[in-house]
Design a protein around this ligand. Structure first.
Ligand code: TXA
Ligand code: MG
Length: 346
């Protein structure tokens, strides 16, 4: 497939260039564009044939529902019903931004988009390029993360260009995504709202405005994953080609353990990578990638680092364990999935 590429400067958005891509969306074709979380692979959410092309381009199982991206809050009332007060508060407080809400769908939303469910996931992104493209397309845009199914989500223009050129009709290259982790998915159809996928907006932030929030308990253990309420959380995900392990325990023990594993692997001709906080990067042997100083930085750099490990032909990656406080919950969720829940306790 011939892919039309547009390079857009976020600080000086060329609206006529965006128009070319929006025209593709209007014609039922697929276009990749940046959002504040990760790049999305979009198509008209109300057009079943267009949505089918998303699943094909990603190689994604079609029971995994898509997030519908809107330009304005008003559109939500065309797509969903039974919108309660907590849903209203979330939209008011966090939109535009990295949170997706699950609502009861109206008939206008095809089952192809909702993965056969009676609910629909909706989000209003804040990224100015995403907003302009959705506005010009004039329809709600279904968009999963723009990676081949199972791979880490793309957070930089190079990631989408390298992986998806030729698989979609259009790509908007628009620099780096600022959060680097996907949106929080919050089910607001239940009495007490429940986080189905932790993300950039934290449980603590949500509880400040709507009171108690639950977290889907099946996310914590691999054995329970098939019970996950967000179908996408059941699948293998965020996996680089390298084999990933999380090393957990006291910091000095982690460093000692990883270094001894690096040595052992070296003797066996296994190329080993390490992912860690910036402050520890000089303490490790092997190919070390710092993920940054703060949890926010770790969230932003994680998917890129996983992709870098493959570029460096690394066979095995050891990652430090991170705090599960705040955005740490989303980081550890992604890291555990990318490691297939393999943890080395020290
Ligand atoms: O940040 C994001 O959310 C990015 C950008 C592009 O907006 N999108 C994204 O989409 O991460 P995707 O398709 O990769 O992940 C959507 C998640 C999946 O785990 C899916 O199962 C869940 O949301 N989901 C979608 N609709 C749902 C529904 N009706 N009920 C439960 N979970 C749902
Ligand atoms: Mg995804």
């Amino acid at each position: 497939m011939n892919t039309i590429i547009s390079k857009i400067d976020i600080n000086n958005i060329d609206k006529s260039e965006i128009k070319k891509q929006a025209e593709l969306l209007k014609k039922g074709k697929t276009v990749i564009f940046p959002t504040e979380t990760v790049y999305g692979l979009g198509a008209n959410a109300l057009d079943e044939d267009a949505v089918k092309k998303i699943y094909e381009a990603k190689g994604r199982p079609s029971d995994n529902p898509l997030i519908v991206h809107v330009y304005s809050k008003e559109e939500v009332y065309n797509l969903a019903k039974n919108i309660n007060e907590k849903a209203e508060i979330i939209m008011e407080h966090f939109w535009p931004g990295p949170i997706t809400i699950i609502l009861d769908k109206k008939d206008i939303v095809p089952y192809k988009t909702s993965g056969g469910l009676e609910t629909v996931a909706i989000r209003m992104p804040s990224h100015p390029i995403a907003r302009e493209i959705i506005k010009q397309a004039g329809v709600p845009i279904a968009a999963p993360s723009a990676n081949i199914s199972g791979r880490p989500s793309p957070t930089k223009a190079d990631h989408v260009y390298e992986e998806m050129n030729g698989r979609v009709s259009g790509i908007v290259l628009g620099g780096d995504c600022n959060f680097g982790l996907e949106s929080t998915v919050l089910d607001v159809t239940t009495e007490t709202p429940m986080i189905l996928r932790p993300g950039s907006i934290t449980k603590e932030e949500l509880e400040k405005v709507i009171g108690e929030v639950l977290v889907d308990p099946s996310l914590a253990r691999k054995e329970d994953n098939d019970k996950a309420k967000a179908p996408g959380m059941k699948y293998t995900h965020y996996s680089p080609d390298a084999d990933v392990y999380i090393v957990s325990g006291n910091e000095n023990n982690i460093i000692e353990k990883i270094n001894s594993l690096v040595e052992e692997n070296k003797e066996n001709g296994i190329r080993t990578g390490v992912m860690c906080l910036e402050k520890n990067k000089d303490k490790y042997k092997g190919e070390v990638l710092s993920l940054g100083n703060t949890l926010e930085e770790v969230g932003c750099n994680l998917f890129h680092a996983l992709r870098q490990m493959d570029k460096m032909n690394i066979d095995v990656v050891y990652s430090e364990e991170f705090s599960t406080y705040g955005v740490g919950q989303a980081i550890m969720n992604r890291l555990l999935k990318s490691a297939g829940y393999k943890i080395i306790n020290v």
